[in-house]
Design a protein around this ligand. Structure first.
Ligand code: MN
Length: 146
């Protein structure tokens, strides 16, 4: 067992992000593990550029309100508790809502012999500000145990 040193929080750079984004590396697996886990905090209006992950990515929203879009698809509103999977090589972006912070866990794997992710153009304001599709929240009676 190993309690790992806490890495300093890093600022997302302008090549990959628009607005203020802060990243904490939680897991960077050593071979044979290839797992990667970051906590990513987006300020209101902040988002990453268009990108694709070689072996896909799962994000899990832990706080706030955000947006995600796959290339060719609609902008979709995401909120705390949502888990979003993007398949290998699907171009997409994710970020905060214009008026809310959003924090998510990002979980992905590094392939053996190619870059983890491919990065493209920034998400323009016109793309980012498209009216998002609001998702219905499922409701049901809370189940009690005992
Ligand atoms: Mn991604």
């Amino acid at each position: 067992m190993d309690i790992q040193p806490n890495q300093p929080t890093a600022k997302g750079g302008p090549d990959m992000f628009t607005g203020d984004v802060w990243l904490d590396v939680i897991v960077r697996g050593e071979e044979p593990s290839r797992v990667r886990v970051n906590v990513v905090r987006f300020a209101p209006g902040a988002r990453n550029a268009w990108h694709a992950h070689a072996v896909g990515q799962t994000i899990h929203v832990t706080e706030g309100l955000g947006r995600v879009q796959a290339r060719g698809g609609e902008v979709i509103e995401i909120r705390a508790g949502d888990t979003i999977h993007t398949p290998p090589r699907e171009w997409h972006w994710h970020g905060a809502a214009p008026d809310h912070f959003m924090t998510h866990l990002a979980i992905w794997e590094a392939p053996a012999d190619e870059p983890e992710s491919e990065w493209g153009d920034q998400v323009t304001d016109a793309e980012y500000l498209a009216q998002p599709t609001e998702r219905q929240t499922a409701t049901r009676d809370v189940k009690e145990i005992g």
